[in-house]
Design a protein. Structure first.
Length: 130
């Protein structure tokens, strides 16, 4: 356990531990820097990355897939994303891969949803689903 936080940090030994770690990461996302919660977030993220590399060997999702995964994990709907884009049409175009994320969209996702901007600025194909 990290000093000053009640987050239990333990090895990931199977799918149940893995899903628990993902839930913990989601709960800790956006923790202020240099806090026990931010430290726990970093440690658990490393454990998850190691588990995925060993058992899943899956690369990082492209930005649109990342947004879709986060929305599913948090129970968000397309309407929640539309608020960030200020347009139903723009949100639909992003999800249908006809429009790239813009800098204001990336800033809003990083600020409001606490998504890592470095994951959102990556290049990705339009028109082709991963």
């Amino acid at each position: 356990m990290c000093k000053g936080t009640s987050v239990e940090i333990k090895p990931i030994r199977g799918e149940a531990d893995y899903h628990g770690a993902l839930e913990t990461i989601d709960a800790l996302m956006g923790a202020p820097p240099n806090t026990p919660e931010a430290d726990a977030f970093e440690i658990i993220a490393v454990l998850v990355e190691a588990y995925e590399a060993e058992y899943w060997n899956v690369g990082a999702p492209d930005p649109v897939a990342l947004i879709e995964q986060v929305m599913e994990a948090r129970g968000y709907r397309q309407k929640d994303f539309e608020v960030l884009t200020a347009s139903q049409r723009r949100a639909s175009e992003v999800f249908n891969r006809r429009r790239r994320l813009t800098l204001p969209m990336i800033r809003a996702l990083a600020s409001d949803w606490k998504l890592p901007a470095e994951m959102l600025v990556r290049e990705y194909d339009l028109t082709r689903r991963p």
